[in-house]
Design a protein around this ligand. Structure first.
Ligand SMILES: [Mn+2]
Length: 358
């Protein structure tokens, strides 16, 4: 049996909302994921790319990775692909930081190229690895056709899979990918995607999950074990409060109401994000006390960061429809009603005087 531990998309150097604390968090999340993976004593530890958020990582991030990889057991084969974030596109003579780590003997990747075939021996079994770093879709398909050697066990690791999973060749016992930051296993086609090791982009990742994937592969089949990868930072998400039809008081109360319902485990630490949706009038919008709400939430919850995402829409002026266009008084009444004119009664009185009516 060959045991694979699969993680992906650690984005070291990313910092949500430009919070400097998140850079440290991203490192801790990777460290935690690797620890969890190694507790399963895998034969192969694979990271399917975007180890770094930028192809020019800061020394603190590079040093962290070097330290982490040096600690690993010699018996584990470490594969790290180059993701789209690890490759310096558009720069002349620039090289991926993954290649540097590969040259230092800390991992195996696709080198100067974007694909590679590799054979390793696990307990007398030949394991064939097809590696594809981030590349153009057409090149991916070309590599898929040209890399057709098989072993006792044959694996494909690619940062991204730009084709339908059921179009993948049948020769693979397991296909591991990354790129999208949410967990997914397709048991039909033996494809696994762990998701990112930390929260990188809350808008795209909200509602999804991240997991360590352990794949036990035998000539007879594959067995999956997964473990949840929680971010080291506590997050509180509200996916969508709807304030449609509310006046500003009700909207303020609804937003504060959610904040008051929270009880973070780690006080003084969480990141709190609330999506506020709906269609409101300009009056409601102008009456939403953004500063007051933020102040209230910060006092109560002591977050690292509190973000209210203003996702609501403001309804434009409603069209006035007149039931009797030729009746001046009715039409004026209706117009005044629609426009909520403050001195409507006075205007109507004046109209009656002018028209000589009672
Ligand atoms: Mn990524």
């Amino acid at each position: 049996m060959v045991r694979i531990a699969h993680i992906s998309d650690s984005h070291l150097g990313s910092s949500l909302f430009q919070l400097i604390e998140r850079r440290e968090d991203a490192r801790k999340c990777l460290g935690k994921a690797v620890d969890m993976a190694m507790r399963h004593s895998p034969d192969i530890l694979v990271h399917t790319g975007d180890l770094f958020h930028t192809p020019f990582p800061m020394p603190d991030d590079t040093n962290f990775v070097v330290g982490l990889l040096k600690e690993l057991n010699d018996n584990v084969t470490v594969i790290v692909l180059q993701g789209n974030h690890d490759i310096p596109y558009g720069y002349r003579h620039a090289q991926s930081p993954i290649w540097l780590l590969e040259n230092a003997g800390l991992l195996q990747s696709t080198g100067e190229s974007d694909n590679r075939e590799l054979s390793i021996d696990v307990d007398g079994k030949e394991v064939k690895l097809h590696l594809i770093s981030w590349t153009r879709d057409r090149k991916f398909e070309r590599y898929l056709n040209s890399m057709n050697s098989t072993g006792d066990i044959t694996l494909l690791f690619s940062h991204h899979i730009p084709i339908d999973y059921d179009k993948l060749p049948a020769r693979y016992d397991y296909v591991g990918c990354g790129h999208a930051h949410n967990f997914r296993i397709d048991e039909e086609n033996n494809v696994g995607r762990p998701g990112s090791t930390c929260v990188v982009d809350w808008k795209r990742e909200m509602g999804g999950s991240r997991k360590l994937i352990i794949a036990d592969i035998d000539t007879s089949g594959i067995e999956f074990t997964t473990e949840k990868l929680n971010d080291v930072r506590e997050f509180k998400f509200h996916t969508g409060l709807d304030i449609t039809g509310m006046n500003s008081h009700e909207a303020n109360d609804a937003i504060k109401g959610w904040l008051s319902s929270l009880s973070p485990k780690k006080k003084g630490q969480p990141i709190i994000i609330m999506n506020v949706n709906g269609i409101v009038t300009p009056e409601t919008e102008s009456g939403i006390e953004r500063n007051g709400i933020i102040e209230y939430g910060e006092k109560r919850l002591e977050p690292l960061f509190l973000h209210i995402e203003p996702n609501w829409e403001v309804a434009g002026p409603a069209p006035v429809s007149l039931t009797e266009p030729l009746n001046v008084e009715t039409s004026l009444k209706e117009y005044l009603h629609y426009s909520e004119h403050a001195s409507a009664d006075k205007v109507l009185d004046e109209l009656r005087k002018v028209s000589g009516g009672g």
